[in-house]
Design a protein around this ligand. Structure first.
Ligand code: S3P
Length: 429
């Protein structure tokens, strides 16, 4: 296909969850623009409404008002759908509330580990009761918390954000270290709202205000940047295209999220960043992407993984078109995403004729020029579906996806946008 024109990816998923939660805690009426209208963010909004926040309908693009309030006990379980961010961040939020709430989710979410959040929250004083081992459903009873200095075994923004929310609502200090720096949207929002957060020797610390014991969060206005993790699929489609040029507008370019752009650069696909500016404490810009014939394979180091953790599926698809082998080091976290992404990616790449394998926690992908052909089992994992849909745009490709609906989790208009940016290349005779 040839790519053309410009496209705006939907609002950033990570920032949308966080903005909604902080607005629900704020005093007064906040106004959030460009929230992602995806199923995951709607799960967070639904749960926050059950806790007493008044949140308008989240539709594509428009402003949503949030009337914050003192949270109240939910009258029924909090259903987090497919969203790990919803479940883990709400656990943090609820740790500082003096009531009980039961959290659950869909079959995929119920399989995902929660102890990475519940253990440090217990150390802060929350009572958390498991029903089926390490996962949902869980009942949390928050209350009086104590401060914590925590070394997280995983680099996870969800863990870090949950602990920051617990410290904020429980009015206690917290310090978090992680093996590698994960996305820092929550920290940036804290700074934006004047909450006491700082960075020391690679550790993040929150200190409640010494002046008033009541840490107040002012109502705020925020415009979400476009989600770079959604933009990545469009940028990759442009890199694989036979011609043209694509402008992906208004993309969040937070350096804790841009790892895939560096890897693409090393592979031989230069993506230009233009129109750079700041919005609500986050760097934002447009991405100008062009076809990149002659991609080269290479190594993605463990230290880079947190900055591209959601882009491994689409990078693996690009690697399958690159010369030589690409190795993604230490991507074991992918086993506990919306699916076992590590095995699913390797298996699906093989299903369309690519040599790929998970060896220990590494993912190996060998590039080929053979058109991809075969059936892809998405396991209802939105990012796997979108990555293989991008692969399906190659000339001669015959990629059949087991389902399409999962894209609604993070990018409801994905297929519409993918179609809009492309036109079939005319065959030369
Ligand atoms: C997210 C953090 C990442 C990412 C997820 C969203 C967030 O997970 O994979 O899609 O908004 O905090 P981990 O922080 O658990 O790696």
């Amino acid at each position: 296909m040839r790519v053309q024109g410009s496209v705006r990816p939907p609002g950033d998923k990570s920032i949308s969850h966080r903005a909604l939660i902080l607005a629900a805690l704020a005093h007064g009426r906040s106004e959030l623009r460009g929230l992602l209208p995806g199923a995951d963010v709607k799960s967070t909004a639904r749960c926050l409404r059950q806790l007493g926040a008044e949140i308008g309908q989240i539709r594509g693009g428009g402003a949503v008002t949030v009337q914050g309030s003192r949270l109240s006990p939910p009258t029924s379980r909090l259903y987090c759908g497919n969203s790990g961010t919803t479940a883990r961040l709400l656990l943090g939020l609820l740790a500082g509330q003096r009531f009980a709430a039961r959290l659950t989710g869909d079959a995929s979410l119920r399989r995902r580990p929660m102890r990475r959040v519940s253990e440090p929250l217990r150390a802060m004083g929350a009572r958390i009761q498991e029903e089926r081992g390490d996962g949902l459903p869980l009942t949390i009873r928050g209350g009086r918390l104590r401060g914590l200095v925590y070394q997280s075994p995983v680099a996870s923004a969800q863990v870090k954000s949950a602990l920051l929310l617990a410290a904020l609502t429980g009015r206690v200090p917290v310090t978090i270290r992680e093996p590698y720096r994960s996305r820092d949207h929550m920290e940036r929002l804290f700074v934006h709202l004047g909450l006491g957060i700082h960075d020391e020797d690679g550790a993040v610390s929150y200190q409640p205000s010494a002046v008033s014991r009541q840490q107040t969060i002012p109502a705020f206005r925020l415009e979400m940047p476009g989600d770079i993790s959604s933009a990545a699929f469009l940028v990759a489609a442009a890199a694989l295209a036979e011609g043209g040029e694509l402008l992906v507008e208004n993309v969040g370019l937070n350096p804790t999220r841009t790892g895939f752009l560096m890897v693409m650069e090393r592979m031989g696909a230069h993506v230009e960043r233009v129109n750079l500016h700041d919005a609500g404490g986050e760097p934002v810009g447009d991405l100008l992407a062009r076809p990149a014939p002659g991609l080269r394979g290479g190594e993605v180091a463990a230290a880079e993984v947190p900055s591209l953790v959601d882009e491994v599926p689409v990078l693996a698809v690009l690697a399958s078109r690159a010369q030589g082998e690409t190795v993604f080091r230490e991507v074991g976290e992918l086993r506990v995403k919306e699916s076992n992404r590590l095995e699913l990616l390797a298996g699906n790449l093989r299903a369309v004729g690519v040599e790929a394998e998970a060896r220990g926690n590494d993912l190996h992908v060998c590039g080929t020029e053979r058109p991809p052909r075969g059936r892809v089992d998405t396991a209802r994992d939105h990012r796997v579906a979108m990555a293989f849909a991008v692969l399906g745009t190659l000339p001669g490709a015959e990629v059949r996806l087991s389902e399409w609906a999962s894209v609604a989790i993070s990018y409801p208009r994905f297929f519409h946008d993918l179609k809009a940016i492309g036109s079939r290349a005319r065959h030369r005779d």
